[in-house]
Ligand binder design. Sequence first.
Ligand code: HEM
Length: 503
Amino acid sequence: CLWVRNLRLKRRLPGPFAWPVVGNAMQLGQMPHITFAKLAKKYGNVYQMPHITFAKLAKKYGNVYQIRLGCSDIVVLNGDKAIRQALIEHSTEFAGRPNFVSFQIVSGGKSLTFTSYSKQWKMHRKVAQSTIRAFSSANSQTKKAFEKQIVAEATELVGIFLKLSSQGKYFNPAHELTVAASNVICALCFGKRYGHDDVEFRALLEKAHQFGQTVGAGSLVDVMPWLQSFPNPVRSVYENFKDLNQEFFGFVCNKVEEHRETFDPEVTRDMSDAIIAVIDKADSDNGLTKAHTEGTVSDLIGAGLDTISTALHWIVLLLAKHPNIQTELHELIDKVVGPNRLPSIEDRSCLAYLDAFVYETMRFTSFVPVTIPHSTTSDVTVDGLHIPKDTVIFINQWSANHDPLKWKDPHIFDPSRFLDENGSLDRDLISNVMIFSAGKRRCIGEQVAKVQIFLFSAILLHQCRFERNPTEDLSLHCSYGLTLRPVDYKITVKLRGKLLKEQ
Ligand code: HEM
C-alpha cells in the first residue's frame, strides 16, 4: 500500500503536453517575436501575460502542476492555499533560487536576491534587513528623517504636475513618478537625489526598468540557455541584459567607492556607509567579502527603483479612472488633515479608506504577478504531490489575489472590501494580499515600501485632483515583466486648496 502511494506521488505532476525543444513556452506568450504579436492581434493584451495563462492552466490541472520551458521542468504554484502551504509550512524547502544564467550576472554575482539558500545568504539577508531598518524605522528620529525625504519628493512632484497641467493640458506622468519614487531610495542608499531632468539618472532608471522586463518568470535565456550560442533575438536579449547589468552595477560601484574614500567611522551618512561598516570594515566572520558591499547596495537600490514607482503609476491611474472613489478619499483627507498642513504618517490610523485603496491597488493589479523564481532545496510534498529537490518553482501571486475562494468578485476594483462594519481596516483581509511574497524569501523592503506608497498617495491626494481626458478611456493594459506597468496614459492635475511645502 505504501509502495503504491509512493509511486503515485513520484509520477510526473499533472500539466499540459509539452512540445519537444520549446516545451510550453509558446503557450505562455514567451516567443516574443512570433507568438506575442499574433496572439495580441487576435485576443488582446491579456494573452501575453503568463500569470493569466498559469491561472487558466490551474483550472484544468489543479493548483500545483508542471510545465516544461525549454529544457527545464517547472512547477507552478497557484491559489492562496497551495502557495501559503509551500512558502510558509515548507519554508526551507522552497527557499532556494534556480541556477539561471541571468541570475549570475546580477549585482556582480554577489546578489542576495538572486543567490540560492545557504548560510552565507542568511547572513547577507540579515545585514541588508538591519540596514533598511536602521534607516527607516529603528527609532523616532530615523522614522522622521525617512518621512521628511518622502514629503520633499512628493511636494516637488505636485509642483511639477501642476506645471505640466498648465491650461488644462493632459500629460503622461510616468517619468516624473519614477524619478520621485526612485529619489527616496537613492537618498537612503547614497545620500543623494537627482533632478527630474538629470539625463544620467534617466538612463539609470531606464536600465532598472529593462532589468525587470527581462528577469520576469519564464525568461527565455534562462530556460533555453543553448539559445545563447545562436545569433537570434533571444541572444540579443541576453547580451542586452548583461550590458545593462554591467552599467547599473558600474554606477553603484562608483558610488560605493566614493563612500569608501570619504568614510568616517564616527558618522554614518547613509545605507552605503552602514553596509561598508558592517561588511568591509568589521572584523567579523560572517563569510561576506568586500565585494558583497557593492552587491548589497546594488540589490537594495535595484529592488526599490522599479517596484515603488510602478505602484504609484497604478495609484494615479486608478484615481483618475474612479473619480467617485477619489472624491471619497478627498473628503476623508479634508476631514482628518484639513487644508493647512500636509498629511503625515501619524494620520494613517485615521485614514483607513486610503490604506484600503492602496491594498486594493496591490491586490487588483498584482503588479508583481509572479515572484522571482524559487527552487526546492530538498524533496517536498505539496497538495499531495511530490516535488523533487532542485525543481524550479514559479509562484503566481496574481492567482492568490484573484482566488475566488478568498475574494468576493475578485475582478472588481473595490477598496471598501477591506473595511469592516466600523469603517476600520480589516487586518485579516489585508494579510491575504500577496505582493511581497511569503516565507523565507519574503521581500525585506515591505515596510519601507508601504510607508512610502501610503505617504506619497496621501500628499498627492491632499494637494491634487487627477482627471482623465473625457474623450479617452483609461486602459488597464500593461507590459509584462517582474513588474506589470500600465501602458502610457495621460491625465491632468488640478490644485485643491493651498499649495503647501515641506514643513
Ligand atoms: C524580494 C516585492 C520593494 C528589497 C521581493 C520579492 C517580491 C518583492 C515579490 C520576491 C520574493 C520571492 O522571491 O518570493 C516588492 C514590492 C515592492 C518591493 C511589491 C514595492 C511595492 C522593495 C524595496 C526593497 C526591496 C523598497 C529595498 C529597499 C527586496 C530584496 C528582495 C526582495 C532585497 C530579495 C529577498 C531574498 O531573495 O531573500 N520583493 N518589493 N523590495 N525585495 Fe522587494
